[in-house]
Ligand binder design. Structure first.
Ligand code: ADP
Length: 473
């Protein structure tokens, strides 16, 4: 049976798992690699076929390089007598260097620091010459590695847990008919025996298969990233067209009312003029909200959302938002229900105002028939819960858990005249979660919705009763 890979044990030097070892045991690869003295030639050929078969099996089973290469190297190290460590290097054209992409028997994190120029070290030389090399003695490996830069030498020592020099090595290029992509190296660091010409022959055969698999995996990676880019482009295009539409609606109103007011040939009564100006004012508010959401969202995307904590009296914030928004509607009634002992929270008042404004604005927008809007606060042991309930159109169950996704807007029979960006709730969620709270919604289609959010009160400052201190709001 093949020996275990005990040579160099690093962070990524995991021996093959039981699952990986099984097929080898089943096909008795160990005994084939080390043939019995009788029928030596045939057995030897069998064993090499067996190795190729085993490698092909892995190549077929694994598709992405991060799984494929360690598994492959683990198998090679396990079945090749002299091998203690193996690595696959791929040429990175943007850096002009060879970089370790997979390893077995090394500390992979240390090995990944190495950057080999073509021609540098045994891997660089084999890559440059496009020819496999056998380094059967410590002297030959020493000569091949003598030109490593001090940085690479140090990283190599770190990767091999202090072992400076391989005792023997074999290295083959990974090349297609058109290009050399990298190289595969196996090292003998401490166990007896050294690599032979037969090992080199075998590895050269195996390298053809490995190159094909790497090429396929790299193409797949490229395809995946192209897909991701085109999906991002699609979303961006969709957003631009949505925003163009959302902004056009209020702008058309503003333009219509202002053009009417400016017409010389028509004189409007002072009441009508006021009504038109009010419409313009409202539409400006809508545009302002859209632009604010967009700006906020880009601030959050850039990771620039910072909370400025200070003592906050939440009921007062609620009162100020309700005062502000109730001016926009005549057919909604507002109820604010907070217990007198509602605690003072350590929070960012401006950000919480944003959350409240968004939830109340939605409660108004999505209950076009009017009705009651109730803002309630309850106090738990570790957190407070704030809810905003409306009697509006409600949300269907399949949309409930998508509300907090960016740009999501549930299709409703309100049609396109309810303006929005689909950014308000995702922004509210980010703010609440940054405070250490949670946000969610409950709803019945056609019967209204309740949005809840919590805020922890572990950050509680001194327990100041309402109105005792001049707090925000
Ligand atoms: P928008 O700018 O579209 O209002 P939000 O992120 O604030 O964006 O809300 C996302 C979607 O959630 C809305 O388009 C709407 O479909 C739904 N929604 C939010 N609040 C309510 C509510 N109170 N009642 C019904 N639907 C709501």
């Amino acid at each position: 049976m093949a020996r275990s890979n005990e040579g160099v044990v690093g962070a990524n030097s995991t021996p093959p798992t039981v699952g990986e070892q099984e097929p080898l045991a089943a096909h008795n690869v160990g005994s084939v690699v080390r043939p019995a003295s009788t029928h030596e030639e045939t057995t030897d050929q069998d064993s090499r076929l067996q190795v190729v078969f085993e490698i092909s099996r892995i190549l077929l089973a694994e598709q992405d390089l991060d799984h494929l290469l360690p598994r492959l190297l683990a198998t090679l190290v396990q079945i090749m007598d002299a091998a203690d460590a193996g690595s696959v290097w791929l040429y990175d054209s943007s850096e002009g260097r060879l970089v370790a992409r997979g390893a077995q028997g090394y500390d992979f994190d240390a090995l990944k620091k190495m950057r080999l120029s073509p021609g540098e070290g045994m891997v660089g030389k084999v890559f440059q010459n496009g020819r496999g090399e056998l380094y059967p003695t410590p002297e030959s490996t020493n000569a091949a590695m003598a030109d490593l830069t001090p940085f690479n030498q140090k990283a190599f020592e770190e990767a091999t847990a202090g072992l400076r020099q391989p005792l023997s090595a074999v290295c083959v290029p990974l090349a297609t008919a058109q290009t050399t992509m990298g190289a595969l190296a196996l090292l003998n660091l401490r166990t007896p025996g050294s690599f032979t010409q037969k090992d080199l022959d075998l590895l050269e055969r195996v390298a053809v298969l490995i190159t094909l698999a790497i090429q396929t995996a790299l193409l797949r990676e490229e395809l995946e990233s192209t897909r991701t880019i085109s999906e991002a482009n699609r979303l961006k295009a969709e957003l631009i067209s949505t925003l163009a539409h959302e902004m056009r609606t209020p702008l058309t109103s503003i333009k219509g009312y202002s053009t009417a007011l400016l017409m010389d040939e028509v004189t409007f009564s002072p009441e009508t003029q006021r009504e038109f100006l009010q419409m313009i004012d409202q539409e400006c508010d809508i545009l302002q909200d859209l632009i604010r959401d967009l700006l906020e969202s880009s601030i959050i995307d850039a990771g620039l959302l910072r909370l400025e904590y200070q003592p906050v009296h939440l009921p007062r914030l609620v009162h100020s938002v309700v005062n502000e928004l109730s001016r926009r509607t005549t057919h909604h009634c507002f109820v604010i229900d907070f217990p007198d002992d509602f605690p003072i929270l350590e929070a960012d008042p401006d950000r919480l105002l944003q959350v409240l404004r968004n939830l109340l604005d939605n409660a108004i927008k999505y209950s076009p028939e009017g009705g009651l809007i109730v803002v309630r606060g309850t106090v738990g042991e570790k957190e407070v819960t704030i809810s905003v309930a409306d009697q509006g159109i409600g949300i269907s169950p399949e949309h409930l858990n998508r509300l907090f996704e960016k740009f999501f807007r549930a299709k409703s029979n309100l049609g396109s005249h309810v303006v929005g960006s689909g950014l308000g709730l995702p922004i509210a969620r980010t703010i609440v979660e940054k405070h250490g709270g949670r946000i969610w919604a409950e709803s019945r289609l056609g019967h209204g919705s309740i949005f809840y959010f919590t805020l922890p009160c572990e950050r509680l400052g001194k327990s100041v009763a309402c109105g005792e201190e001049d707090l925000n709001g």
